[in-house]
Design a protein around this ligand. Sequence first.
Ligand code: SAM
Ligand code: SF4
Length: 325
Amino acid sequence: MRDRYGRKIDYMRISVTDRCNFRCRYCMPDGIKQVPMSKILTYEQIAEICEAAVSSGITKFKITGGEPLVRLGCPDLVRMIREIPGTEQITMTTNGMLLSEMLPELKRSGLDAVNISLDTLKPEVFRFITGVDALDRVLGSIRDAVDAGLRVKINSVLQQGVNDGEWKELIRLAEHQPVDVRFIEMMPIGHGKDFTEISNEEIRRRVTEFWPGTREDRTVHGNGPACYLRIPGFLGSIGFISAMHGKFCGSCNRIRLTSQGKLKPCLCYGESVDLMDIFRVPDRTMRKQMLEEKLSEAVGKKPESHCFTELSEITEKKDMVQIGG
Ligand code: SAM
Ligand code: SF4
């Protein structure tokens, strides 16, 4: 499917829950009022949406949250999407807390790759950022996911005076393991507004200075807007998702589905297209047609670009955990 600006939209991020077992300071520090399960899409409904999406040319899916693995039976959803003919790729973004124990089932269900969020290698900083003592578990999940043969990416958000000094140590995770380490610039969504982002340009500069011989890596690493560097001798690459200092909207390929059944054309704006009502229609064929129409409507509403640098223009008021980061 193409949007008004000619961009090919073939990727959907699906939030399966707004709940989480962490309390990251930039995402949901105090928790949020939990939405009752009756207002959350069932896995069957999500699979129906994915079926309509695949028919519309959206064939790559990322399962996220909140924390996707706190929702019971998450591997079942992976399997249901995998069984849709035409699905090309299913990946997941997780905080890694529950990943190790669920890896065998996730793999069997057809998960292709996993992004694990990790902002620090210091236990006390980990607790400060996430509210939980779980650094070892997350590091264990990274090792187990690699051993299980999944493609693994690590997502790190740097905060001034908290973990920005750890950029080198985080990068070294890619030295002896085939994992990509990616720095995501803090975005002014929800509690993210309370932080000043660390520019990825600055981290890139430091990397090339510290590791001479570092060069651009132009191979395709996934569906996202990350740019990559390759450090000589490292097994993994270093990625930069620079929403603030490297606007990548020209190559945006995605829409988002919230756990409450809303399609979001862009992370920055509150506008959404509601799908919940469609599930009152008893006829499945008719539902599929209606879902396809709504997907096309949402893609048609994609703006040319986000406005993260103009805070007053950001109309999305929800936290990242509610939207699906
Ligand atoms: N719970 C899962 C996790 O932490 O990976 C999935 C959801 S989380 C919202 C997805 C990603 O969004 C995480 O890597 C997190 O660090 C990132 N994130 C959350 N709030 C953000 C913000 N304001 N700016 C940039 N990234 C953010
Ligand atoms: Fe939970 Fe992920 Fe948000 Fe942290 S970033 S609070 S782990 S949803």
